[in-house]
Design a protein around this ligand. Structure first.
Ligand SMILES: Nc1ncnc2c1ncn2[C@@H]1O[C@H](COP(=O)(O)OP(=O)(O)O)[C@@H](O)[C@H]1O
Ligand SMILES: [Mg+2]
Length: 322
């Protein structure tokens, strides 16, 4: 684990964003700067932290941690599902095949949990027993393991709108996907999840649920895109304490990315009005939470590249200049 001193000394070098003019068409995502050129997409994972629908802070090493985690998982799953990755030219950067996104989000759940209106537990508690085409047994309790993992797809909503639950039958009948493509996607999604569960379990972690995005390459091949199994797309619990906490009626120990959002909530900030200043030690602690998550989940030590990232990234992306 990087020392608090090293993390603090990286604060002046946080990666807020990039504005390369030689890398293609620019799209600024919440966290990643995207450049597209023909059939290639360059994704620069910045240190931006988004919460309350805006960027609330810059967290040293966050981009590198998330990029390293994405790399870890794509490497560990490429034998069971093709992905869009072409290269990792820099600790903050992925270069991949530009794809036509498939407008269905593939959510896989091994446990019944969640609190949002699309979550399994929210619906189950309301009496739903057929959830996105999956029959659920009576008598389940919150956070219980499902008899087997289920796929609960949603539509991919336009910006500012909410994703909606959908059944596989509806996906096919509305022409979102052919039956053949649905079969392929569901096969890939389950295989990815099972691999994730297995590797996480070996490190004492439960991969509770997760979301996959798929796309079609220029050749028409279906591949998994974006990122997989990072705390942004996935829920993780600590395995060791799960059973005891369930018995005691407590929530599982969550490896969460919500540390800073919770800190702000505790200061009375809910996203409205002026945000309280975030002390340096809270920024450092936020980085530590990300690194801890990486090290716990992957079982590997995080090695960060210190110093100003922009000149390094510029150099590492020279060969992509157009
Ligand atoms: N291979 C790909 N082809 C096309 N789009 C992709 C690919 N991989 C990721 N994306 C898209 O690129 C964006 C990544 O940047 P991100 O910061 O996550 O943006 P957002 O705020 O839209 O989530 C996402 O919109 C994601 O869907
Ligand atoms: Mg995203």
């Amino acid at each position: 684990m990087l020392s608090p001193e090293i993390i603090a000394s990286q604060i002046p070098h946080v990666l807020k964003g990039t504005n390369f003019t030689n890398l293609g068409n620019y799209y600024e995502g919440k966290v990643r700067d995207n450049y597209t050129q023909g059939d290639k997409r360059i994704l620069v994972t910045t240190d931006r932290l988004s919460a309350f629908d805006s960027i609330i802070a810059l967290i040293p090493f966050k981009g590198q941690v998330l990029n390293a985690m994405t790399k870890f998982w794509f490497e560990k799953t490429k034998d069971i599902c093709p992905n869009y990755i072409m290269e990792y030219p820099d600790p903050n950067v992925i270069v991949g095949k530009e794809c036509k996104p498939i407008m269905v989000e593939m959510i896989v759940r091994g446990y019944i949990t969640g609190s949002t209106t699309t979550s399994a537990w929210y619906n189950y508690e309301k009496g739903v027993r057929n959830f996105c085409g999956n029959e659920l047994p009576d008598g389940m309790i919150k956070n219980q393991r499902l008899p087997m993992p289920i796929i609960t797809p949603t539509t991919k909503a336009a910006h500012g709108e909410h994703d909606k639950n959908i059944t596989p039958a509806e996906i096919v009948s509305t022409g979102l996907l052919s039956q053949e493509d649905w079969n392929k996607l569901s096969h890939y999604a389950l295989a990815l999840y099972m691999r994730g569960v297995e590797i996480a379990a070996a490190n004492g972690v439960i991969l509770v649920d997760t979301k996959y995005e798929f796309g079609k390459t220029a050749d028409g091949e279906i591949v998994v895109i974006d990122e997989i199994h990072t705390p942004d797309s996935s829920r993780y619990w600590i395995a060791e304490t799960y059973a005891d906490r369930m018995k005691e009626g407590k929530e599982p120990d969550n490896i969460n990315k919500e540390f800073l959002r919770l800190w702000l909530s505790n200061q009375g900030y809910m996203g409205e009005g002026e945000m309280p200043a975030i002390p340096e030690e809270i920024i450092v602690e936020t980085t530590q939470k990300y690194i801890q998550a990486f090290e716990l989940i992957t079982g590997q030590e995080f090695k960060g590249e210190e110093g100003d990232p922009l000149p390094r990234i510029t150099k590492n992306l020279e060969s992509y200049s157009i």
